[in-house]
Design a binder for this molecule. Structure first.
Ligand code: GLY
Length: 414
């Protein structure tokens, strides 16, 4: 690779090329960089706004059990492995930064409002039992005893005491601090192109949007929904990741009369998933739509209406609360809803992307898996099913128009 055409004054300098360059400063890129640096690897990260991305929108449910889906038993094992790591991971991150992450071991209640929802929940319960997971069927009355603000019409529910929550914005902020303290060098600029050696035999770094060449021993592509868009990545290793839009609302609960809800409450209402995540800070997060609309991040009247309508059916009292924020983000969807982790067929290029609905939950295990892969060249056993190589040599990247300028992939305060 040739030397950079110019080096702008804001670009930090390292005395030598880092061992690892992470492309993408969302929580997955940050945790990868933090864990790599803690293992003694000289690490850099390129992103114009580290700590941004989908974590700024996500509700932060750690819902391995209540978000179980048919056919995703392999993913379940990784989700559970990550959920088990959370207490230690959160303690370690708080210790490293002095920051509270809003990690709440509050449990989750999944409820049914009509006969169809109830049948759906019964099926989920049976699947959870077949998978050896802990969940308890409750009558409507028992649900309301746990959560008195639930609608009188609730027909039954599943109590899952092991599905918790964390505040993803705090998590992202803490990871930025932890990276800084571990010596990760931040390049606050967009990565424009992967650098590949002459002959295209290995990844050598990236060229940034301002033309700076950043060389590195290895490159980890952790760009969330944009991971399939980095120019210069050979087609055979381009991650088959697509954006899946989620609209999310934030309301504020009054503290005076005790909490509105004690735990996360969720339901499938007429086929739509809705969840209410109450934070100790008084924030109530209501999510989320799931829309295959390419790069669109518009907050729509229809999306807000459906979320409020369904949330109101579950907890009628929410209509009294101030609506403080509406936002839309993009989940990085993959063909089997599971992440792509570890080395690719291109020497020097690794992936940490495609976490879809589980990015926050999978943050601890992703950090450990990627640090292991970067230090040994191998995936640990628990992550072998998630090798990017499972999609073969020429993955189907969906045909989408180019994304808008990334700063327009945004959120809209009310
Ligand atoms: N895991 C919640 C969501 O993706 O909406």
């Amino acid at each position: 690779m040739s030397s950079p055409p110019h080096t702008p004054p804001h670009t930090p300098r390292t005395s030598r090329a880092p061992d690892v360059l992470v492309v993408g400063g969302g929580i997955i890129g940050l945790v990868t960089a933090w864990r790599a640096a803690r293992r003694g690897l000289v690490t850099a990260l390129v992103d114009p706004e580290p700590g941004g991305g989908a974590a700024q929108v996500a509700a932060g449910m750690l819902a391995a059990v209540t978000e179980l889906h048919y056919g995703e038993e392999t993913l379940l094992a990784l989700n559970l492995a990550s959920a088990r790591r959370y207490p230690e991971f959160a303690a370690e991150l708080t210790e490293a930064t002095g920051q509270d992450l809003g990690y709440r071991r509050c449990g989750t209640l999944a409820v049914a409002l009509d006969a169809d929802d109830r049948a759906h929940l019964r099926e989920l319960h049976a699947l959870q039992q077949r998978c050896g997971l802990e969940s308890e069927w409750l009558s409507g009355r028992e649900c309301r005893r746990l959560e008195p603000m639930l609608a009188p019409g609730v027909r039954g529910g599943l109590r899952v005491d092991g599905d918790h929550q964390i505040d993803p914005r705090r998590l992202a902020r803490a990871l930025v601090t932890a990276c800084e303290r571990a010596g990760v060098v931040f390049h606050r600029v967009w990565a424009a192109r992967l650098g590949v050696g002459r002959g295209g035999e290995r990844a050598t770094g990236v060229v940034t949007a301002d033309g700076t060449v950043l060389e590195a021993g290895r490159v980890v592509l952790a760009g969330g929904s944009l991971s399939g868009r980095l120019a210069g990545v050979p087609e055979a290793v381009l991650p088959p990741v697509r954006p899946v839009k989620g609209q999310v609302l934030r309301l504020t609960m009054p503290g005076a009369h005790g909490p509105l809800l004690n735990r996360t409450v969720r339901a499938v209402v007429r086929g739509n998933h809705v969840y209410l995540v109450p934070r100790e800070s008084g924030e109530l997060v209501v999510g989320a739509t799931s829309e295959e609309l390419g790069w669109d991040t518009t907050v729509t009247a229809g999306g807000v209406y459906e979320l409020l309508r369904d949330a109101h059916e579950l907890v009628p009292g929410i209509t009294e609360l101030p609506l403080t924020e509406t936002r839309a983000g993009l989940r990085p969807g993959s063909p089997d809803n599971a992440p792509l982790l570890g080395p690719t067929a291109l020497d020097g290029l690794l992936l940490a992307t495609g976490h879809y609905r589980n990015g926050v939950l999978l943050t601890p295990v992703t950090g450990d898996v990627m640090a292991h892969a970067l230090t040994t060249g191998e995936l640990p056993d628990e992550a072998r099913p998630f090798t990017p190589r499972r999609f073969g040599a020429a993955p189907a990247v969906p045909e989408l128009p180019d994304p808008p300028a990334p700063s327009d992939l945004s959120e809209q305060p009310v």
